[in-house]
Write a protein that binds this ligand. Structure first.
Ligand SMILES: Nc1nc2c(ncn2[C@@H]2O[C@H](COP(=O)(O)OP(=O)(O)OP(=O)(O)O)[C@@H](O)[C@H]2O)c(=O)[nH]1
Length: 602
């Protein structure tokens, strides 16, 4: 199985915007090459996590090896390396692209170029990959292949005269795609004589065999039983099992330069075999690792607290388990005066955060209070020391600090031109700096802004979607830290400061935010037997205040007459609120209150 010459190997990935049909096309390739029998063919074979399937997004990338009998009479080994499609994971996207020589660019012929089409294709072009353009969904009545071809040419500068017109759903154009892969994607360089260097492009934790490492051999060869060194982590292991992915794991004895496969070596956690690391032979370590290893750094943090403090240990266990399989997740214990014991967790981005939260609740049955996400601030203290603050309540007092810097991102929004005004208004209101706007067709534009990440981790994406009726797509990229006039806004409930409600805001926005925040909290915190003051403060200065009136005997009394639907709504609201509450002093505060700061526009 491994005696294929490099000239008969093609390594490629598929890049596409979400929903443009990447998984459906991958299924078809597996089907047509008979890699997976019709009987075993589950829909969307490559997306095998439940959560992924439900959300219809690809999170973990995977690989599949296919044998293709081409029209030239030769059999080729095609390695498909699946790339995750979402913005949070662009680091993983670029790792998997490094493992390839070419990429299929899949664009929905009824939709056209979207933000992630552009972001992913730029990553591919940066790696000098050969691109095979594919216009998918040509079976749809709304498909406009000629218009979309022109769009791709204009936006990316890629010749589309030869683009494949395909329908992954109907199985149209699949043979043509396979032939194009053989013709256009270059074979890997035959570097089998060099010392082993292989790139890890994915890994996952298996309870029985330890971490399964997916890799591409760039130089040299690797055999079962070899002792390997992971160059970044400097750890060494003996390979217990080596194999290829077709797409189930099939053991082999040896893999050489250009091939893609997996190994197991009783590695305890994915942290020890991180994506992007270089595998070498312990007995023959090359001078340089493969380029480009960078640790994925958490950008967004939030607090996770069990509603029932008895669940703290269960939460720790659950996080430990998730961490085995997710090197990018970070967490450490956090003690909050208001919330008790919990964990401060770091994520690559918002989607990553949502997925982890959902898993904890779903797979581990934990009832959690989640605090509003925060970015990492860089604070220079008086005296020059620089510290990182990922928890607003820990921002040192003004007299102790010299300056505060916050992370900035570049956001590329693609939208029909009718929504340009709406997009710009949103970005302006989030402290954005306008950078550029470009029409790539008479009716579609890219709008580029630089924005503080903190303004985007709130409800930016939801707002963008609702203000453009779902027609805009976006992509973001971290560009560095900038100094700003930032202050900490504290919140007091019934006179007690609630550290988990503290937030960092721009000085110019502090009054507005404080005012709306206390109004929101007044709505969200259920009435109790006594009056509850809710206040927002900067330092010792109260800048806004509201009072939650004491409970009347019958909460439904205020619903006049027979307005049953309003009554129902109120009861539902109460039932929902009851589910997740945290007692802060004598006041029960519901989950929604901790997220109130994110929804100030509504
Ligand atoms: N009509 C039509 N629908 C298609 C075609 N290809 C895919 N679809 C549908 O488009 C939707 C999205 O397809 P997927 O293959 O899940 O898209 P994807 O790009 O893998 O999405 P992510 O995994 O989220 O990145 C599904 O409902 C598919 O059935 C096609 O050629 N024609």
């Amino acid at each position: 199985m491994t005696d294929v010459p490099a000239s008969r190997i093609r390594n490629f990935s598929i890049v596409a915007h979400i929903d443009h049909g990447k998984s459906t096309l991958a299924d078809q390739l597996l089907r047509v090459t008979q890699t997976v029998s019709e009987r075993d063919m589950k829909a969307q074979y490559l997306d095998n996590m439940d959560l992924e399937r439900e959300r219809g997004i690809t999170i973990k990338l995977q690989a599949a090896r296919m044998n293709y009998n081409a029209k030239d009479g030769n059999t080729y080994v095609l390695n498909l390396i699946d790339t995750p499609g979402h913005v949070d994971f662009s680091y993983e996207v670029s790792r998997s692209l490094v493992a390839c020589e070419g990429a299929l660019l899949v664009v929905d012929a009824s939709q056209g170029v979207e933000a992630q089409t552009l972001a992913n294709i730029y990553l591919a072009l940066e790696q000098d990959l050969e691109i095979v353009p594919v216009l998918n969904k040509i079976d749809l009545p709304g498909a406009e292949p000629d218009r979309v071809k022109a769009e791709v040419e204009e936006a990316i500068g890629l010749d589309c005269s030869d683009a494949v017109l395909a329908s992954a759903k109907m199985g149209i154009g699949i043979d043509e795609i396979l032939e194009k892969i053989v013709a256009i994607v270059p074979p890997p360089a035959d570097n089998t004589d060099r010392p082993l260097r292989a790139l890890i492009f994915d890994s996952y934790y298996d309870a029985y065999r330890g971490v399964i490492v997916y890799f591409r051999v760039v130089d040299g060869k690797v055999r079962k039983g070899d002792r390997v060194r992971l160059m970044a982590s400097k750890k060494e292991y003996d390979i217990d099992e080596l194999g290829v992915l077709s797409p189930t794991q099939v053991p082999v004895d040896e893999l050489h330069a250009g091939e893609v496969g997996y190994f197991a070596a009783s590695i305890k956690s994915v942290e020890d075999a991180r994506v992007g690391d270089t595998i070498a032979l312990a007995s023959n370590i090359p001078d340089e690792p493969l380029p480009g290893y960078a640790e994925a750094k958490p950008m967004v943090f939030c607090g996770l607290f069990p509603t029932d403090s008895e669940d703290f240990e269960n939460l720790r266990e659950a996080l430990d388990k998730l961490k085995l399989n997710d090197a990018a997740l970070s967490f450490e214990p956090e003690t909050s005066s208001a919330m008790g014991f919990g964990f401060r967790c770091g994520f690559l981005g918002l989607l990553h955060m949502e997925i982890v939260q959902e898993r904890l609740e779903r797979e581990y049955d934990l009832d959690l209070i989640i605090t509003a996400p925060s970015v990492v601030y860089r604070v220079t203290l008086v005296g020059g020391e620089v510290i990182e603050v990922d928890n607003p309540s820990q921002l040192p007092a003004p007299q102790k600090r010299e300056q505060v810097e916050e992370p900035y991102i570049r956001v590329d929004v693609i939208a029909p031109e009718t929504y340009v005004g709406a997009v710009m208004e949103l970005c302006q209101s989030r402290r954005g700096d306008f950078k550029d706007m470009r029409y790539f067709t008479p009716t579609r534009t890219t709008i580029i802004y630089e924005l503080p990440l903190a303004e985007v981790v709130t409800d930016f994406f939801d707002q963008l979607k609702s203000r453009t009726r779902g027609y805009a797509s976006m992509e973001y990229q971290f560009i560095g830290y900038r100094v700003n006039e930032l202050v900490r806004l504290d919140v007091m409930v019934n006179g007690d400061p609630v550290d988990s409600l503290a937030t960092i805001v721009h000085r110019d926005k502090a009054y507005g935010v404080g005012k709306i925040l206390v109004e929101k909290l007044k709505e969200l915190i259920p009435r109790q037997q006594f009056k509850i003051p809710v206040q927002a403060a900067i330092g010792s200065r109260i800048i806004a205040s509201q009072q939650i009136p004491a409970l009347r005997k019958d909460v439904l009394a205020k619903c006049y007459g027979g307005d049953i639907s309003r009554k129902k709504k109120l009861l539902q609201k109460q039932a929902k609120g009851k589910k997740r509450m945290k007692a802060i002093g004598t006041v029960d505060v519901p989950q929604e209150a901790f997220m109130a700061v994110l929804r100030l526009d509504q």
